[in-house]
Design a protein around this ligand. Sequence first.
Ligand SMILES: C[S@@+](CC[C@H](N)C(=O)[O-])C[C@H]1O[C@@H](n2cnc3c(N)ncnc32)[C@H](O)[C@@H]1O
Length: 111
Amino acid sequence: MNSALAVMPSERNNRSVWTVATHSFKGAHFATFPPDLIRPCVLAGAPRGGIVLDPFGGAGTTAVVAMQEGRKSVLCELNPHYAAMAERRIAAAWLDGAAQMDVFHDSAPAA
Ligand SMILES: C[S@@+](CC[C@H](N)C(=O)[O-])C[C@H]1O[C@@H](n2cnc3c(N)ncnc32)[C@H](O)[C@@H]1O
């Protein structure tokens, strides 16, 4: 065998297009990502116990996956309706001791 091939990983790293199964979401957000799309980014972005940042938080998929993977998360979301949706979703996915949730509002939360 060529010696260069002996150090090649058995699986290729992800390329620029990632194929993941879609995942249904009952909420009213227009572009919720499938958790399996976010998961490699969360795992690569912070060690267990670390913090991931999603500056475009949407319905909170990053926070839910971070919780599942033992990471904390900070999300920013411009639209108060989506922020409230993420808040409810994170609360529903809560695993005691696995995550921390602080919600900051710069204006009154959506009714
Ligand atoms: C593609 S969605 C994110 C979806 C999210 N990853 C999820 O799975 O739910 C992008 C989000 O970024 C928000 N957004 C756009 N511009 C923003 C800004 N300047 N600051 C914070 N959030 C912003 C939008 O309101 C939208 O909810």
